[in-house]
Design a binder for this molecule. Structure first.
Ligand code: C5P
Length: 235
């Protein structure tokens, strides 16, 4: 593990829940062991910046995962709206012009470029008319994003080692598609390129994003503890 990131910030809990009240319950239940939360489309649509501000005011970090994609000016102005809310990481994607426009309004925010969704497999790329392999496309997009000035990328654990080796330590690498332990393929939900938390961090990810394996189980704290033990064991 190249970076000195606190154990309670290695897992970013994806608060993919329907309303702010449920999100707040999850934060209260887990905050003794976690300090990083992801607000995505579902929760943001329900709780807007109020829920983001609430999490930040409690002293936690927030990744705002709205995956902005629009014409450069629109993305730039949307990124500007995130300023003043104390968000740590936000996600965008698009071509050079879109990424450059977003970076103009970055401020203190760290911007991550989404490479290829972890729910996509090779056949999904073919169906969208893309001919490159996922691995090559993720590497190409990550290299490009870094060159343009992005702070990091979202990618799967499967590509993490290649990106870390090829693109260096500076890149913030955030990895969703995390599933615990032995039944990894049985519990994949809609995710395709999946890995355990420990293996993703060992492969070079800075943070793992975990949602349903924590939010849809009877004992979320046990899952968090097991994942953190795997990560801590890496040294
Ligand atoms: O429930 P699960 O652990 O599969 O949740 C993964 C989370 O990571 C979701 O909130 C999803 O939006 C997000 N994500 C992803 N793949 C990406 C980027 C974000 O699965 N490339």
């Amino acid at each position: 593990m190249a970076k000195n990131i606190p154990l309670n910030e290695r897992i970013i809990l994806a608060l993919d829940v329907a309303d702010p009240a449920t999100a707040k319950e999850f934060v209260k239940k887990t905050e003794a062991s976690l300090g990083y939360y992801k607000v995505g489309l579902q929760l943001f649509m329900a709780g807007w910046f109020d829920v983001v501000d609430w999490i930040v005011d409690r002293g936690h970090k927030v990744m705002l995962d709205l995956k902005f994609f629009d014409i450069p000016e629109t993305v730039k102005l949307a990124v500007a709206q995130i300023q003043a809310h104390g968000v740590s990481l936000a996600t965008i994607h698009g071509n050079d012009a879109i990424i450059e426009a977003a970076l103009e309004e970055r401020g203190d925010l760290q911007l991550l470029a989404v490479t290829v969704l972890t729910s996509f497999g090779e056949e999904d790329l073919r169906a969208m008319g893309m001919t490159q392999s996922i691995e090559d496309l993720v590497y190409f997009r990550a290299k490009r994003a870094l060159k343009l000035g992005c702070d990091g990328v979202v990618c799967s654990g499967v590509e993490a080692a290649k990106l870390r080796d090829g693109l260096g330590d500076k890149l913030i690498m955030v990895t969703p598609g995390i599933r615990p332990g032995a039944n990894i393929m049985d519990d994949s939900d809609d995710q395709t390129r999946i890995m355990t938390a420990g293996r993703a961090i060992a492969a070079g990810a800075d943070h793992v994003v975990v949602g349903r394996p924590i939010t849809k189980v009877s004992d979320p704290l046990a899952v968090i503890a097991a994942m953190q033990a795997e990560i801590a064991a890496l040294g």
